[in-house]
Design a protein. Sequence first.
Length: 197
Amino acid sequence: AELREGQDVFVSAAAGGVGTATGRLARLMGAGRLVGSAGTAAKAAYLTEHVGYDAVFDYHTGPTAELLAKAAPDGIDLYMDNVGGEHLEAAISSLRAYGRIVRIGTMAQKNSTDTPYALRNLPDIVEKSLRMEGFLVSNYRDVQEELNAFVVPHLQSGRIGLDETVVDGFGGIVDAFLGMLRGENLGKIIVRAAGAV
Ligand SMILES: NC(=O)c1ccc[n+]([C@@H]2O[C@H](COP(=O)([O-])OP(=O)(O)OC[C@H]3O[C@@H](n4cnc5c(N)ncnc54)[C@H](OP(=O)(O)O)[C@@H]3O)[C@@H](O)[C@H]2O)c1
């Protein structure tokens, strides 16, 4: 994402596995205002109290563009997109000139039968000279060691914590997966096999 110190960031699905890690890393890397969206007020409160987000809105409470504009009144430099659809449209509107979008996931269109959302402000990408790039974690295996060297000391010192929802028993794997799609998880959802620690 080429985050530079002081830049303002918006993260969608901020309470999930990717979103909590993104928030914690962005905070460590000196992000400016850090804004997220999540599906419940309880998730929003967790993110501001424990993960380091400055403001988080529940996207069910109004049009996403309005909620984002209120949470980031001066705009954003970077959008980490786990959702697509209305969230992406809102972010394009809030991005400043030369802003960047990193497309990670498409939770708003998780079923192949979901009607695709037609973005109405694509011309803004040209007008504001925005850049949008797809991110695939499998393309970055070569920096795994670099990530470990950066993050592990912060985990050991307690400067950053883990955000996990644990489901016990391998038999729960389908329910855990469906629950994740419905937003029942906070942080990474982990299925713990019997006997595992
Ligand atoms: N590109 C890659 O390499 C890569 C790697 C890992 C994951 N991903 C993608 O990144 C995204 C996040 O993954 P994750 O593992 O961290 O999942 P996650 O965020 O832990 O779980 C998905 C979350 O999405 C939210 N959600 C569900 N439907 C939504 C909707 N219609 N609009 C907005 N939010 C919705 C739910 O939380 P709420 O309660 O907030 O709605 C749910 O908890 C997924 O799209 C995943 O496919 C990409």
